[in-house]
Write a protein that binds this ligand. Structure first.
Ligand code: PMP
Length: 399
């Protein structure tokens, strides 16, 4: 008998399972809104032109593939800091930010979680209700007790801001608070700048430790506006906070696994000490990150011309999402379902549509339209050709 004989089968990721079912579906006109990926009008994952240009230059230069340093490509880390904190950030000039290239935003979360668990073994973490499912899994696996704070209000399909403040206000000093900077996954419900300022004040007063996850920078209002939470915490005078970032969506580089962990410390010396520990954690996880994706991102962000091209291509993705939201809402209103207007207030790729599990099942069974059981739809997986069909089906199952 093998040593693994008692290993039990664990359920697969429900969202990835959805894609398997969609792929096996032979009905014409099928639509998969269950994904976490931005698709273009033709239903393809875009290859950004700015990325293609750097890729060609890299192929022409045909460099050997040595190991990167444990904390990644220096130019990548530097450009990432500027993008997150602002090029003229005082945190950066003071040397207070320690940034490491990671294996996607997921790697940043995991390394950040491991570092925090080791440094602050008694700390707990609070995540939004709901949150990206992996938040609970990653922090739980790192040994954290995970609780949640109120966030989504099903009645208004918006933010339960009073509930959020009340729950954050009850957390013990030193608790880590996971915050989505923008384009909240799964709900699409974000805070306004004014609400962020209130959260910053509360976090400061309660001495909580913010852990900001930014996986969709540039997908709602633009690269600077979508970093409002980071900028406000940066200007708040709090001594420390953590940022996990990802370029998977903003550069359409999903499989290249390009992310970063940035830790803001009290001063330059503390940042150095923190970085030495982060490097040790990375060493014990994947030793050093991969070269190609980071070279692509650094090549784009380090060139004025390509950076402008990226901003414009990112702007096109953002505008298209806004158009799709508006189109869906308007079509539903024309059909006689004006109650879906909230979809236009939500931000980023995702929307909590308010559809029940049973309605989602009907969408799949009767219309070959796939969505997550929670009602989460990926707006960026719609297209002008599928929009009417989806709106009609949503209308039908909601009646
Ligand atoms: N955080 C959130 C909120 C996400 O939605 C995602 C991706 N789905 C990630 C982090 C992880 O990003 P990556 O794919 O770069 O690991």
């Amino acid at each position: 008998m093998s040593q693994f004989a008692s290993v039990e089968l664990v359920p697969g990721d429900p969202i990835l399972g959805l894609t398997d079912a969609y792929n096996a579906d032979t009905r014409p006109g099928k639509v998969n809104l269950g994904v976490g990926i931005y698709y273009d009008e033709q239903g393809r994952i875009p290859l950004l032109k700015c990325v293609e240009q750097v890729e060609k230059a890299l192929a022409d230069a045909a460099k050997p593939r040595g190991y990167l340093p444990i904390d990644g490509l220096a130019a990548y880390d530097l450009e990432t800091q500027k993008l997150l904190f602002g090029a003229d950030s005082e945190l950066l000039s003071a040397g207070r930010v320690a940034t490491s290239q990671t294996i996607g935003g997921s790697g940043a979360l995991r390394v950040g979680a491991d570092f925090l668990k080791k440094t602050l073994p008694k700390a707990r973490i609070a995540i939004s209700n709901p949150s990206w499912e992996n938040h609970r899994v990653v922090f739980g696996n790192a040994g954290f007790e995970v609780s949640d704070y109120r966030y989504y209000d099903p009645a208004s399909h918006g933010l339960d801001f009073d509930g959020m403040l009340e729950d954050l206000g009850k957390l013990e000093a030193g608790t880590v608070v996971l915050l989505h900077a923008c384009c909240h996954n799964p709900t699409g419900v974000d805070l306004t700048a004014g609400q962020w300022q209130q959260v910053v004040e509360l976090v400061k007063q309660r001495q909580l430790l913010p852990f900001i996850d930014i996986a969709y920078q540039g997908f709602d209002k633009g690269t600077d506006a979508d970093a409002t939470a980071i900028r406000l915490f940066g200007a708040s005078g709090i001594p420390a906070f953590v940022v996990a970032s990802s370029y998977s969506k903003s550069f359409s580089l999903y499989g290249e696994r390009v992310g970063a962990l940035s830790i803001v410390a009290a001063d330059r010396d503390e940042a150095k000490r923190v970085q030495s520990n982060i490097k040790r954690t990375i060493r014990a996880n994947w030793s050093s990150p991969s070269t190609h994706g980071a070279a692509l991102v650094a090549g784009v962000l380090g060139s004025t011309e390509l950076r402008a091209m990226w901003e414009s291509e990112l702007g096109e993705m953002r505008d298209r999402i806004h158009r799709l939201r508006a189109g869906l809402v308007s079509k539903l209103a024309t059909l006689g379902a004006p109650e879906f207007a909230f979809i236009q207030q939500q931000a980023g790729m995702f929307s909590y549509s308010g559809l029940s599990k049973e309605q989602v099942d009907r969408l799949r069974d009767q219309y070959a339209i796939y969505a997550v059981g929670t009602g989460r739809i990926c707006v960026a997986a719609l297209s002008s050709s599928s929009l009417d069909r989806v709106a009609e089906a949503v209308y039908a199952v909601s009646r």
